[in-house]
Design a protein around this ligand. Structure first.
Ligand code: AHR
Length: 494
């Protein structure tokens, strides 16, 4: 069976926001302690930041990092994490049953973001706290001075406000596991109060309301509708979270992007339905601020009440990279509405980067398709007309074998085609129809293919390899998309 892919520069979905390539750092396992911050490691800089991790984050230019949680934030007191480190309290972390030493807090996190050249996206605790503490934190980070919390910031060595723009109103409040979980209408009222108090301190901030923790939540999408009926005028985005992995079957996992597509489209429809009922011209953006492959069966039990125990340290293989590639495609395909997205998480915890004590940090397989998402920043997403064979997957149904997205650079000079093949058995001869791109030639084809893969957990995953280009590089171009592969093809205007 063969495939055909047609793209035309006239058919644009929307601009890919630079925030689509974001990531996430939570006080969980070894993400903060032993991940981005480890003063005892030989790679630590004078701030205790692991310089090798910083180097990788800077190299790919991660645009935004969500912090400090996740489930963790729903029991967090930001006051515990500011001021002289030696006088900060250790607290039980009720979400992950660990001990939180508070050696790393808001100032360290915002200092790390500056060092990494990334924007911070802060979450406030709407689990055990409310509007008052949320506004205090905005005052601490953003108010110029002359008030209690802004003066505390100055006294802690940061006279200039940080100017944090993007804020999450809690985390996964629809989930029964969440500290402070409550019905949608109650969360909506609390989120509205927090939003108004936070905006009273700084009217320039952007706010994300909690949507559903995944598309299978029984309250989805009624949760979104209820939250937006109350908060529509006071928030800018609604969040989506989704993880895919075992115990789902291999076929189901490789089909994960079908769920992501449907999830996004249902949230868009729900937002627009609420907007229409309100006769509003405002459009709510989507913040897919937790997404990844997460194999829950790969987690050993950890002893409770330890500091930074290894947790959720998934080792990714080639299949996982292909799946992440298809999720990247789904986000790019919906770039008109998904304006923020955070790969969860950044280091050690279900992460593209692994940092072990005393060893240089290394990249997992999923690092490479994630890098491609970051690269898509500010380009325009293009409609892709894809004719592809399909195969049947038990529990899913008929699944397209190929999955694709396309972008064109801001200056119009570069067309990038991102193509995954989900078949474990068959390569797919594919015609790229580039007849709408006169003057452009295919200049590179890079590939993560099964033949170049290694076992999960091998430290350091090699980047995609260059494969030979076809003789015909313009017009209708025939390429082969090998079984289980993730491909980037670039055409340039000459
Ligand atoms: O990323 C791990 C956890 O997954 C986060 O803390 C939570 O928000 C989600 O359920």
């Amino acid at each position: 069976a063969t495939a055909q892919l047609v793209v035309d520069p006239a058919f644009r979905v929307g601009t890919v926001d630079r925030r689509l390539g974001g990531s996430f750092v939570e006080h969980l396992g070894r993400c903060v302690y032993g991940g981005i911050w480890d003063p005892d490691d030989p790679a630590a800089d004078s701030n205790g930041f692991r310089s090798d991790v910083l180097g990788l984050v800077r190299e790919v230019q991660v645009p935004v990092v969500r912090y400090p949680g996740g489930n963790f934030v729903s029991g967090y007191r930001f006051e515990d994490g500011i001021g002289p480190p030696e006088s900060r309290p250790s607290r039980p972390d009720l979400a992950w049953h660990s001990v939180e030493p508070n050696r790393f807090g808001t100032d360290e996190a915002l200092g790390w973001c500056a060092a990494a050249g990334t924007e911070a996206m802060l979450a406030v605790n709407l689990g055990t706290r409310g509007a008052g503490a949320a506004a205090d934190l905005v005052e601490y980070t953003n108010h110029p001075g002359g008030t209690y919390w802004s003066d505390r910031r100055a006294a802690n060595g940061h006279p200039e406000p940080y100017g944090v723009k993007l804020w999450c109103l809690g985390n996964e409040m629809d989930g029964p596991w969440q500290i402070g979980h409550r019905p949608a209408a109650d969360y909506a009222r609390d989120a509205l109060q927090a939003a108004r108090a936070m905006r009273a301190i700084d009217g320039t901030i952007e706010l994300v309301a909690c949507g559903s923790s995944n598309s299978a939540m029984p309250s989805f999408p009624a949760w979104e509708a209820t939250v937006l009926e109350t908060c529509y005028d006071d928030v800018d985005y609604i969040s989506l979270h989704s993880y895919y992995g075992r115990p789902s079957s291999r076929g189901e996992l490789l089909a994960a992007a079908l769920d992501m597509d449907r999830f996004i489209e249902t949230v868009v429809a729900t937002c627009d339905h609420v907007g229409a009922r309100r006769r509003s011209t405002k459009r709510i953006g989507l913040s897919f601020d937790e997404w990844n492959v997460w194999h829950r069966d790969a987690e050993p039990d950890h002893e409770p009440w330890r500091q930074a125990p290894p947790m959720l340290e998934n080792r990714y293989d080639h299949d996982d990279a292909v799946v992440v590639g298809t999720l990247v495609n789904s986000l790019i395909r919906h770039a008109d509405r998904v304006k923020v997205a955070c790969l969860a998480q950044l280091v050690n915890v279900i992460a593209p980067i692994v940092a072990e004590p005393g060893r240089p940090a290394w990249r997992q397989s999923i690092f490479w398709p994630y890098r491609e998402l970051i690269r898509a920043a500010r380009s325009d997403s293009l409609l892709v007309a894809l004719t592809t064979p399909e195969h049947d997957v038990a529990g899913v149904g008929s699944v397209p074998v190929l999955d694709a997205a396309a972008t064109v650079s801001e200056d119009g000079d570069e067309l990038r085609l991102l193509i995954a093949n989900r078949s474990p058995d068959h390569s797919v001869p594919t015609t790229l129809d580039l007849r709408a791109w006169p003057g452009y030639a295919l200049v590179s084809h890079e590939q993560l293919a099964d033949s170049t893969s290694r076992p999960a957990g091998a430290p350091g995953w090699p980047p995609p390899v260059a494969v030979p280009l076809p003789a015909e590089r313009a017009g209708r171009v025939d390429v082969s998309i090998p079984r289980l592969s993730w491909n980037t093809l670039v055409a340039r205007r000459s």
